[in-house]
Design a protein. Structure first.
Lengths: 523, 172
């Protein structure tokens, strides 16, 4: 393993431990680490909403702009002051979660293959976030705003794009009210461009997570309000073009680029920013493991039910008019979008193992792990089990290694993603000889394919199609979500389940045995 | 394993701790640590101008023969070279050289404005500032000169500009 891969693996292990810790207090659905993108959107919504109010009360004259901000900061602190602080801290929070989001996706290796689009389109949003935020500081037109404006102008003047240096705009006597009208226009226009860029960024993920869970939303907003009351945002002194502020209380989330430029040079800052941007853009192009084969539709077994279309986390399944059956639809896989997760195969009603056909072929399948082969593997492994309690475990390649649990009384079927599991396989396993079924996979929010865990949970609970039949006793089914580093947790869950099954008598809450299909066919 | 019930005191305490930490991180780096832009007791001199140098050659009147060769709508009597002179700058502070440079005219034909922007941190206090510029290649010496004793307050910005409409070298 290369040094960079080792560092990434170490960082990922640390990240997963932090996520597990937060799971204990927030639950996966409201764990901020698992929803950094949604949290970023949430901060943006707050910044946009508060920005509307600030725009209404802002007076954009060169003399009046600072005065109007001072008025609602101090005289109207109970509304304007709080709104201003919320605007500022939400913008800061956006940068913080955006950087963590980039780091997390990098550590999880989510920047190549079918994810290249989301990664690449995310890069310009970083620039737009900074352009939006830095412009906001200029609008305050205090000493900090002046400093930022001059520093930014000095930075851009390095590029041969202005016939007259932009810095000359900030010499005494040359600044007019029109400059602030332009700033307001930019401070509205750039965030709107950011919204557009974010819309592009999430185009290839279905059911995008643009609002965090209610508990996380309320907690975050309450946190921002408390922060706004405890440490209200205030301005520096009014901008004075003839004086420089010696000491500035700068916002390091946005304005760190200015000290960095003065510590290096405008060219140096362009080099740093350009190289970082190029590095981010180049990451998907570096050599990576080849993507697994994509899903394949088998038209004779596809009834056009749309479940794969609905469940695909990446919108890789399209429904087209059936060529031979008027009024019917047929699923079609868009290869460029397919993540090769198999969640579609788990959603297909034709994936039921109870079909009496000798060779089980489903409507949409994964060439590397066909449903028919999975049924055969399950039959074979369950038939080979011995011991007082026989358990079938459905594991996930991305989560804790379930295959390490395999022994004489435990059959393990490792899936590409837990979402590939058709719920009827659970019933089939129980009726085929297993005393219990343990389903494991990534914790909610860390599923490599977004919805594998959630869809599986909902299917097994009967809240999503295809559902597990209610006649299957819940006492003989257990879910145990465990990420890659939580092997001990998975082992403990299996031991606990085994003990639980031992307390049940052989026939208690057990579905009636299913006559094996070969016997039914050939017997 | 902690019970995730929202009424579990441990869960509430954990969440409060996280939100508090989140707030501290956002709030602290939003204004801290301070950044010292200019060291105490220092002032800033900015050299900035954007102006055209003089033409590199003399203007002259066209001869009647030259005018006759031109299309009627192009027959302007006076012709000047398009190219502009670069602007040479020399600044000295208390007799010591502070900056010496040349601002080239912009444009492919070198007929645009010469621009420059430089910033110099200097100690606050009284200084003899001597600025010389030449914006005409036909004149061998500096044709714009200004020397002045000035007292710069800490953090004060002094702008040195070249505004020909206001008498040449301009301090503000």
């Amino acid at each position: 393993m290369s040094l960079s891969a080792s560092i990434r693996q170490g960082g990922l292990a640390l990240m997963q431990r932090i996520e597990s810790l937060f799971d204990a207090f927030f639950g996966a659905a409201a764990n901020p680490w698992r929803h950094l993108g949604a949290l970023g959107f949430y901060f943006l919504w707050i910044a946009l909403a508060t920005g509307i109010y600030l725009f209404i009360v802002l007076d954009t004259g060169i003399e009046e702009i600072h005065t109007s901000i001072e008025y609602y900061t101090h005289e109207q602190w109970w509304l304007g002051g709080i709104v201003r602080s919320l605007h500022r801290y939400a913008a800061d929070g956006l940068v913080l979660v955006m950087l963590l989001h980039i780091l997390r996706e990098f550590l999880y290796g989510r920047f190549y293959g079918f994810r290249w689009y989301s990664w690449i389109t995310g890069v310009p949003t970083v620039w737009l976030v900074y352009a939006s935020g830095i412009g906001g500081y200029w609008l305050v037109w205090d000493q900090l705003g002046l400093f930022s404006a001059v520093a930014s102008a000095e930075w851009f003047d390095w590029l041969p794009i202005f016939s007259t240096p932009a810095t000359r705009n900030f010499l005494p006597g040359l600044l007019t009210d029109r400059f602030f009208s332009l700033l307001v226009f930019l401070h509205i226009g750039i965030p709107l461009s950011l919204l557009l860029a974010l819309w592009v960024h999430i185009q290839r993920v279905s059911q995008s997570d643009v609002f965090p869970a209610r508990a996380l939303s309320i907690g975050t907003l309450a946190m921002l309000i408390v922060l706004a009351l405890v440490k209200p945002t205030v301005s520096h002194g009014k901008a004075d073009l003839s004086m420089a502020s010696a000491t500035l209380h700068i916002d390091w989330y946005y304005l760190f680029i200015h000290p960095l430029m003065y510590a290096t040079s405008p060219a140096g800052l362009w080099a740093i920013a350009g190289l970082l941007t190029l590095l981010l853009l180049a990451l998907p192009l570096l050599p990576h493991p080849k993507q697994a084969p994509v899903a394949v539709v088998n038209p004779p077994n596809c009834n056009g039910c749309r479940r794969c279309f609905v469940d695909c986390p990446y919108g890789a399944v399209a429904m087209l008019p059936h060529p031979d059956k008027p009024g019917h639809e047929l699923a079609r896989v868009i290869p460029d979008l397919c993540a090769s997760c198999g969640i579609c195969a788990g959603a297909c009603p034709s994936s039921t193992p109870f079909r009496s056909v000798e060779s089980l072929v489903t409507g949409i399948d994964m060439p590397q792990q066909p449903i028919g082969a999975l049924r055969e593997e399950m039959e074979r492994k369950i038939a080979a089990l011995s011991g007082p309690v026989k358990i079938a475990v459905f594991g996930c390649e991305c989560a804790a290694q379930a295959s390490r649990l395999e022994n004489a009384d435990t059959a393990v079927l490792n899936l590409m993603c837990t979402g590939l599991l058709p719920p009827s396989f659970v019933e089939y396993a129980l009726r085929g000889g297993a005393d219990g079924v343990l389903v494991t996979g990534c914790r909610e929010g860390s599923c490599a394919y977004r919805f594998g865990t959630q869809w599986t949970e909902e299917r097994l609970a009967g809240r999503r199609e295809p559902h597990l039949r209610p006649t299957v006793p819940s006492e003989r089914l257990r879910l145990a979500w465990a990420d890659g580093h939580e092997m001990s947790h998975l082992k403990a869950a299996l031991d606990d389940f085994r003990k639980h099954l031992q307390t049940l008598s052989a026939d208690e809450k057990r579905p009636r045995a299913y006559t094996p299909r070969r016997i039914a066919q050939h017997g | 394993m902690v019970s995730k019930s929202p009424t579990n005191p441990l869960v509430l305490a954990g969440q409060a701790l996280f939100y508090g930490l989140f707030a501290v991180i956002i709030g602290y780096f939003s204004t801290s640590p301070d950044f010292t832009h200019i060291e105490p007791g220092r002032s800033l001199i900015k050299l900035s101008f954007s102006t055209q140098g003089e033409p590199v050659g003399e203007c002259r009147e066209r001869t009647p023969e030259e005018l006759a060769k031109l299309a009627p709508n192009m027959r302007t009597a006076r012709i000047c070279p398009r190219e502009r002179s670069p602007i040479k700058v020399n600044i000295a502070l208390n007799g010591e050289p502070l900056f010496e440079g040349v601002a080239q005219p912009s444009g492919l034909s070198k007929d645009g404005a010469s621009t420059i922007y430089k910033r110099f941190e200097v100690p606050a206090g009284e200084h003899l500032i001597s600025v010389k510029m030449n914006d005409n290649v036909r004149i061998p010496d500096f044709n714009h000169v200004r020397e002045e004793k000035m007292t710069l307050k800490p953090a004060q910005i002094l702008v040195i500009d070249l505004r020909k409409d206001r008498g040449g070298i301009f301090f503000e």
